[in-house]
Design a binder for this molecule. Structure first.
Ligand code: PEP
Ligand code: MN
Length: 343
């Protein structure tokens, strides 16, 4: 059981409350989540009734914990969380598109991609410098050199940067060079890494594990929230199924489900979710129609020559066409939501 306390609880009431809990035999933990203090009762072996707890001075309401996440839930926070990356708002009024290469390869490839995506309105570019790869013989990223190239693109072109952090020990260096840290699918349950990104004050994009259930996904976000970092973006990137024609199966069902159960913004990655270039545009549109707060797609100046994930990367023309289509769709959606008054 969680006692959500009032934001303006006075110190004396808090002390009385905690002393009262101790005297009644309750075991508790005080969690300071943003500006809302919460008391988690881990043992209900106490002599205080629910009614009494509810009426204690300073207590706002009670949440029953029947799931492994609470700070991530809408029950705890009913307003949408809006993650701010510079001027860009993720989870706000307008869906966003994040685009860029799978991996940073070399300067010319990154700069060309940055110019291309910027010219189509992208303000947050992806690009992996530390790459998790299935085969130990595959290209695993340029590491810190890649981070420096990303920082150069940021400086020269004006795009903000999202890049993956693979290891808790790299969180500091990756944060120095980027605006948003990505925790990849393979690391969704790397609790040490989740804790480490929970301690920084930068947005984190958490990708769904490839066989993670919804409650496990939100429980992983909870690990980050519990450390005090509320700037979390959830990312659906496809799950493993028996389907063999696509790399993964994009689970768009989870988008409205997550929006219902959690206040965190949801981004869809149709590139990893499909693994096939020709499926990226239709699934991008489908993700937006399903209510996603945005999409993240892989783009490469010459996809057939990409050092990783070329099969799912869009080339300049396909990318431009998709951006035009998204733009038209969002304009239509706006006019649909706010129809012109009849004359
Ligand atoms: C990526 O986005 O670069 C990536 C490796 O994706 P995922 O973690 O979803 O496999
Ligand atoms: Mn990739």
């Amino acid at each position: 059981m969680l006692l959500v306390l009032r934001k303006d609880i006075v110190k004396a009431d808090l002390e009385d409350l905690l002393n009262g809990l101790v005297q009644s035999g309750a075991e508790y933990q005080l969690i300071d989540q943003g500006d809302v203090p919460i008391v988690q009762l881990s043992s209900e072996n106490n002599s205080l009734s629910r009614e009494r707890l509810e009426n204690l001075p300073g207590v706002s309401h009670i949440i029953d914990e029947e799931y492994p996440y609470r700070l991530a839930s809408r029950k705890y926070k009913s307003d949408n969380t809006v993650v701010k990356v510079g001027d860009l708002e993720i989870g706000g009024m307008n869906p966003v598109v994040i685009a860029g290469p799978c991996a940073v390869e070399y300067e010319n490839q990154l700069m060309k991609t940055a110019q291309l995506v910027y010219s189509k309105g992208i303000r947050l570019m992806r690009g992996g410098a530390f790459k998790p790869r299935t085969s130990p013989y595959s290209f695993s990223g340029l590491g810190v050199e890649g981070l420096k190239l990303l920082a150069k693109a940021r400086e020269e072109i004006g795009v903000r940067i999202i890049t993956e952090v693979l290891d808790a020990g790299d969180v500091d260096i990756v944060s120095q060079y980027s605006d948003v840290l990505q925790v990849g699918s393979r690391n969704m349950q790397n609790y040490k890494l989740l804790k480490a990104v929970g301690r920084i004050r930068k947005p984190v994009m958490l990708k769904r594990g490839m066989s993670a259930r919804l409650d496990e996904f939100l429980a992983s976000a909870e690990h980050i929230l519990k450390e005090g970092n509320e700037q979390i973006i959830l990312c659906e990137r496809g799950i493993r199924t028996f389907v063999e024609y696509s790399r993964n199966t994009l689970d768009l069902n989870i988008v409205p489900m997550l929006k219902e159960l959690s206040h965190l913004p949801v981004i869809v990655d149709p590139s990893h979710g499909t693994g096939r270039r020709q499926l990226v545009a239709p699934m991008s549109m489908a993700a937006l129609a399903a209510g996603a707060d945005g999409i993240m797609i892989e783009v490469h100046p010459e996809p057939d020559k990409a050092w990783s994930d070329g099969m799912q990367a869009l080339g300049p023309e396909e990318f431009s066409r998709l951006m035009d289509k998204i733009h038209d769709y969002l304009e239509w959606q706006k006019s649909y939501a706010n129809p012109e008054p009849a004359t």
